[in-house]
Design a protein around this ligand. Structure first.
Ligand code: SF4
Length: 63
């Protein structure tokens, strides 16, 4: 699974962080970023949920 966060679009609402804390964290810029070494395949369900729930569609996930 490949995951990206579009920081230009992210508004830092933290929804993805609370839904999927093993994959997303807020960076120093207050925007979501991927946690290094995160296991995307193991967390694919919550990644899908975060992608579907992000209010600005900033998460791109592809299987
Ligand atoms: S849910 Fe979307 S807008 Fe909110 S922090 Fe995550 S990537 Fe950013």
């Amino acid at each position: 699974m490949r995951v990206k966060v579009n920081k230009e679009a992210c508004i830092g609402c933290e929804l993805c962080v609370s839904m999927c804390p093993k994959v997303f964290k807020l960076g120093e810029d207050g925007k979501s970023e991927l946690i290094e070494q995160a296991d995307f395949d193991k967390n694919s369900d919550c990644i899908d949920q975060a992608q579907a729930s992000c209010p600005v569609a900033a998460i791109v996930a592809e299987k």
